[in-house]
Design a protein. Sequence first.
Length: 226
Amino acid sequence: MTRVLVADDSPQILVTLRLNLRARGYDVRVASDGAQALAGAADWHPDLVILDLGLPDLDGVDVIRGLRGWSRVPILVLSGRTGGQDKVDALDAGADDYVTKPFGVDELLARIRAITRRAPAGEPAPPVSQVGGHTVDLVRKVVTGPGGERVHLTPTEWKLLEILLRNPGALIPQRRLLAEVWGPAYLRETHYLRVYLASLRRKLEDDPSRPRHLITEPGMGYRYDP
């Protein structure tokens, strides 16, 4: 069953799309703001995201950029913004299609069918990653130590680690990590990142005082060095 995540701040649109999509065999989840959309995509791994640009907490273009940092999921923008630059910005950020409001349900369903036909058959399973002597399996959410012992990570540690490991070598800005893990209200709470990255290093790095894989770029963000 095709999984569709719908992110819109209009309760009426959420209800309309949920009813129409479920009636046609889609599995549907909804989000009313950008933080919920990013969290839902990370937790549920939908086959398609339908995204409004005018969300109350994050601009939809920023949500697209956040998703594209780690996912190739098809994104269909459904927005009341009709300006040409809005469409260009959304498509340049990584959206696959753009439908303006008000919209016809039949046209929207046709766009959904077209996108899902040409999309890859699901996200490829990420490779198992190594952090020091530890093996991290993001699919099964299992970390094993050098001797095969299980290592426990908290849900917040998993979210941070997953973003970093899905983007090997890439610098992930502090604001993106804070927005995706804690939400847009926490963009100034950079000490959260220091605390949780220190905990991850204690659990995963061979020498936490001299990390080899979970690297800090002072004043900018963090990266995973394979």
